[in-house]
Design a protein around this ligand. Structure first.
Ligand SMILES: Cc1cc2nc3c(=O)[nH]c(=O)nc-3n(C[C@H](O)[C@H](O)[C@H](O)COP(=O)(O)OP(=O)(O)OC[C@H]3O[C@@H](n4cnc5c(N)ncnc54)[C@H](O)[C@@H]3O)c2cc1C
Ligand code: FES
Length: 300
């Protein structure tokens, strides 16, 4: 096992909405030292089927957790941390995750990636999550609420989904002190339409009072639509990029994203290693997208 690889045990795996699950995993204490936006590669312990691990953002990680009594091959003696992931069942790997019962173990590599950069001295932060982009945004909201409490930072979160059932973590976000605005494409909750429409209305009304960055995680079209909005309002923009990931740590070169280099020429970065969080002004949004997205029905 590499230093960042370990086995974790499923503590709970609960369906929270028609297609969504919350899974809690017990593992070593070091997993609690994560930055919002970082992710884990979750793999199956026999390592053969499915062959590839699946990337999942860390929703939360709490330490200490009472040590586990299980040992032996793949056991997790001394586990002291409980990590939560939220996931949407959308293919073979996530369907297998959904079928896992407490007591089963998974192979985990991580925390991986860079995570969001947090500015402490700002009075406002605007966060946008689309669909299953919410776990890192909820984790970031909680960290911002704690770290920026002394500055009274106002946190505005925008959640978008196809329908009400796609809006996760609303009560967690409100509990952390954020103002939450929601948009659904079918109009079943909040604004009927795209979350970026709601964002624009908000920024147009308040721009002069906002000094913090925009943070976003969600599908590529949403991230790309936010880029010109951020530019128009002259706001720094941290975008958590999507990619198909086979390894998660820079070995397979399967997750490249085209960016603008220093001399404004096109260059490439790896979403897993250099990201997943990028400065939205660097991304070549028009060229990004091909190769991004999932292979439906993939057997890997
Ligand atoms: C940084 C990051 C964080 C994420 N966080 C979350 C989260 O918190 N919750 C959530 O629900 N989802 C999250 N995802 C998406 C999640 O990883 C996918 O939904 C999941 O892998 C789907 O797996 P599946 O087996 O169900 O789908 P399938 O479509 O059956 O399989 C997808 C698998 O194939 C691999 N794959 C597909 N195409 C390629 C390719 N071209 N090259 C290499 N490998 C390929 C994928 O990496 C994945 O392992 C995240 C993705 C990333 C990149
Ligand atoms: S997922 Fe393998 S290099 Fe990024």
């Amino acid at each position: 096992m590499s230093p960042s690889e370990c086995h974790v045990e499923v503590v709970a795996n609960k369906q929270i909405a028609p297609e969504y699950f919350s899974m809690r995993l017990a593992g070593p204490a070091r997993l609690a030292r994560f930055r919002p936006g970082q992710f884990l590669m979750l793999g199956w312990t026999d390592g053969r089927d499915p062959l590839l691990s699946r990337a999942m953002s860390i929703r939360s990680a709490k330490s200490p957790h009472p040590p586990f009594s299980k040992g032996g091959n793949g056991g997790i003696w001394g586990a002291k941390c409980e990590v939560e992931i939220l996931y949407k069942v959308c293919g073979r790997g996530t369907a297998l995750l959904a079928a896992m019962r407490p007591g089963r173990s998974l192979r985990v590599v991580g925390p991986l990636g860079n995570g969001f950069e947090i500015s402490r001295n700002v009075t406002s932060a605007v966060l946008i999550a689309g669909g299953i982009g919410v776990p890192p945004i909820a984790a970031l909201t909680e960290v911002l609420a704690t770290r920026c409490a002394a500055h009274g930072t106002k946190i505005a979160v925008f959640l978008g989904g196809r329908s009400k059932a796609d809006l996760l973590c609303v009560s967690d976000l409100r509990r952390a002190g954020a103002t939450v605005r929601v948009a659904t494409e079918d109009g079943s909750a909040g604004h009927k339409g795209l979350v970026t429409e709601l964002l624009e209305q908000y920024l147009d009304a308040r721009r002069s009072t906002l000094d913090g960055p925009l943070y976003a995680c969600g599908p590529h079209p949403m991230l790309a639509a936010i880029a010109p909005i951020a530019e128009r309002h002259n706001m720094p923009y941290q975008a958590s990029m999507e990619a198909n990931m086979a390894c998660g740590f820079g070995a397979c070169m399967g997750c490249v994203v085209p960016i603008r280099g220093n001399a404004r020429e096109r260059t490439y970065r790896l979403v897993c290693k250099d990201g997943p969080i990028f400065d939205g002004r660097e991304i070549l949004w028009d060229e990004q997208g091909a190769g991004v997205g999932k292979m439906e029905g993939s057997a890997v």
